[in-house]
Write a protein that binds this ligand. Structure first.
Ligand code: ZN
Length: 381
């Protein structure tokens, strides 16, 4: 029997509401959250929830406090809730300063929501794919204008993974002091609420499936837009290098004039505590683990600064495009790529290599990223 997506999505919302009602009768009354936050990103998401109606479920993963206010970390779910369909997750705002990452994620969600009333192709896609959005992982950091969360922890250094090779001083993650950037948090302490919430929803919605992809949108590194895949904690290749290379092939063929550089993060620098390394390793350790490909979009903000050097004088300007037409172009450019990722996920059975073809991809990927003169090792020589 084919279930309508509306019914499935509607049921998810009902289940979430039921859960909330049950919880409130079992537990003492929690402190009342502050008035609805004035973060424009959260207001936009509220509008999208209203517009999407029964097609999208909103779920509160946790709440965080910043500057005397409480902000929710919300997930938004669309598509089939069958466990045997592939899934893709889109994430933004892990680093509060990199607002453009949240905006790109929300812009893509908006484009999907606006297509719901009229696009039959989208509805067919949603019958056989699960979509997860967490556009504002660190709302407290966005509110305060900081890279770290309100407790001064850099969420992308907060996972329990230690680099096996040498990391750059400070930037690779440090436990010296919360007053310095790239702070990992106290050794042995549980992950921060935002990191734990992200890991829990990824475990629940993405891992354990035959195929899933995560896209985490950041900005601030270099002149070009980069797409990074694990690892960040070691220069070793991941097990699913052939799948990454095959994805790279169809990406090059489909988006002919794209300007993304796809590479392992380890080619640039190593870090401790990378959340995606942690989740990739977690996927690998599961019995029901399939292919999970976590990707990080690193939008090259130095280009925006080069074209508008005055941005250097504002902390916000170092990480975000400040001029309206450039801001719009950034949002526009990445929508095509995010849509490509959604389609590649839905059609993974048509391009994920097997047997000898998989081996060929591994050999080519090793030569391209790990063994050639441009590999990290090659350049260090
Ligand atoms: Zn970042």
């Amino acid at each position: 029997m084919t279930c309508g997506v509306a019914t499935l999505a509607g049921r998810s919302i009902a289940a979430d509401r039921t859960h909330r009602v049950t919880s409130s009768t079992d537990l003492p009354e929690p402190p009342r959250p502050a008035d609805p936050p004035e973060l424009p990103e959260l207001l936009e998401l509220q509008t999208l929830v209203r517009l999407a109606g029964p097609w999208m479920a909103e779920r509160r993963l946790c709440e965080v406090e910043a500057g005397g206010r409480r902000f929710p970390v919300n997930a938004y779910l669309l598509g089939s809730d069958r466990p045997d369909v592939p899934a893709v997750g889109f994430f933004g705002g892990v680093h509060g300063l990199e607002r453009i990452g949240a905006e790109v994620t929300i812009a893509y969600l908006r484009s999907l929501v606006m297509r719901l009333p009229w696009d039959q192709t989208l509805h067919r896609q949603l019958e056989s794919i699960r979509l997860l959005f967490v556009p504002l992982v660190n709302p407290g950091g966005v509110w305060l204008g900081t890279r770290a969360n309100p407790r001064s922890v850099d969420l992308m250094r907060n996972a329990p993974v230690d680099a096996v090779d040498r990391v750059p001083y400070l930037i690779g993650g440090q436990r010296v002091s919360a007053t310095l950037p790239w702070y990992r948090g106290v050794e042995g302490a549980p992950m921060e609420a935002e990191s734990a919430a992200l890991c829990a929803i990824v475990e629940e919605q993405l891992l354990g499936r035959r195929f899933s992809i995560a896209v985490d949108c950041h900005s601030g590194f270099g002149l070009t837009d980069r797409i990074w895949f694990p690892y960040a904690h070691t220069a070793r290749p991941i097990e699913h290098l052939p799948e990454i290379h095959a994805l790279c092939d169809i990406h090059d063929q489909t988006l002919l004039h794209h300007r993304y550089v796809l590479e392992p993060q380890s080619r640039q620098y190593l870090t401790h505590g990378d959340l995606w390394d942690h989740l990739y390793l977690s996927a690998r350790s599961r019995r029901d683990g399939g292919v999970f490909l976590p990707l990080t979009l690193e939008m090259g903000s130095w280009l925006w600064i080069k074209k508008n050097p005055r941005q250097l004088f504002s902390r916000h300007g170092i990480f975000n495009p400040m001029i309206t037409h450039r801001h719009q172009r950034v949002l526009r450019t990445h929508l095509g790529w995010l849509d490509f990722i959604m389609r590649a996920t839905g059609s993974h059975a048509r391009w994920v290599p097997t047997g000898a073809e998989r081996e060929r991809h591994r050999v080519e990927a090793m030569a391209r990223w790990y063994e050639g003169p441009n590999s990290r090792e090659g350049r260090a020589r």
